[in-house]
Ligand binder design. Sequence first.
Ligand code: FRU
Length: 527
Amino acid sequence: MTSCLDAARPETAPEETSRFRPAIHFTARDTWLNDPNGLVFYDGLYHLFFQNNPYGNVWGNMSWGHATSRDLLHWTEHPVAIACDETEDIFSGSVVVDHGNTSGFGAADAPALVAIYTSAYKAGSEHSGTQAQSLAYSTDAGMTWEKYAGNPVLTRNSAHFRDPKVFRYEGKHDPCWIMVAVEAQHQKVVFYRSEDLKSWDFLSDFGPANADAGEWECPDLFPLAVDDDPENIKWVLIVNVNPGAVAGGSGGQYFVGEFDGIRFVPDAGSLAAPAGVSALGDSAAAAAALQQCLWLDWGRDCYASVSFSDAPDERRIIIGWMNNWDYANELPTAPWRSSMTLARELRLTALNGFARLVQQPALAGLTTGEDLTAAHEQLRSGTFELRDSTFRLPAAVPDSAQVIEAEIRPGNAEYVAFHLFGNPDETTGTVLSYNATTGQLVLDRRRSGNTGFHEKFASVESAPLVLEDGVLKLQIVLDHCSVEVFAQDGKVVLTDLIFPAARSQENWLTAGGGTATVLKLAVSTLS
Ligand code: FRU
């Protein structure tokens, strides 16, 4: 069968865009990528499959690219794993390790890896006009893949049935495989079960609910203990939505509730508006309801986040696509275009009586930056004060990422602001500020550099933030073309792309309208 990999390769990079290449975020060498797919840990390696156009740097020829990593920071790209052909594009999906050889693709002592992906059938093919779920399997630890001859294994004769996430369920009923997928245009998550991955029975559906103005895509469902209490297990249902996310365009929402092996029931505290936000129309009420939904990330550029299967120690680790369909095809980089977010570990914690997600970037043990407060001349008690003044931080370093960790008591200051990737004149830059009057964390990229490649790119994002003991806690990861912010120990996360002008690498901190106290300020460089 002819594969779709016959198109011309993209031209080589304009030199100046190579400085946007991230140091610790995955990008394909010289092609387009979107959603992470088939995240799985197997035999000491994290596998990241991804939506890839192997022969172009805009969306198209959808196939699964492949990369592996031992530490979730340094990735090695491998040849295309599952390629499109004349009948189908290979849309998003997941990979499981078939430990019990339920599918028969492997052997009892050598489990196959099984990919469950969406066949997006092309015009003229037997299933033309539909999206259905198909299998491919690997018996060499994920390096080469065979499509199953009996594909598709599950169809609903629907044009928008896609993005299967499969996991092993061992609850009240007999152990089985559960598939979570979407009817994208009906804002529904659909649940199926199977004994062998090949034959599937419908269980239930969920939705519309909360942010439901756009298509629902790339769902995920998994259990987590609330505050590490094994007696208090909740289920988290991730539903990505495009458009209609809180910052505009694409974004990831989640629900917390119960799953009994058949249906997902959200906790009342998970629902912003019982009938879904779109029922409120285009009103201020709808905007306010959107703020009440639960968001994985309040920025513009974190989409299609899904979690690893079989992660060590039952950790729940997600990766998102660091982009937004509003302008994804136009990002000013070449020949590569688009990157993934950092891997993030999820936990549930009780906040005001409701279970909520917190996220930490997978950087454990690496942020050993010197505490800059120790070097500050005013320092006596391990802290220093800022009032209408500027404190300079180390400038960004080519080929390295920086992690800024700060604990600041805003006190009576009206704002505290980090200026990131600024120019030497301090007239441009990305501004991350805490506004004490509104209680919002604000990420402003209107003067971040090249914003002109798309009318929707220049933007200001904000998220409600509650100080803890009067303290603002930030972990800010800077990596050439991105700012990822984990605030209040990961309770609030904000991710934005930026494309700074050449020589814009200055970082500084200011506070104004009163006096803020810096309790901790450390910068680590990761290459
Ligand atoms: C999400 C998405 C998925 C689909 C894939 C196609 O970004 O639209 O729903 O499977 O991208 O590339």
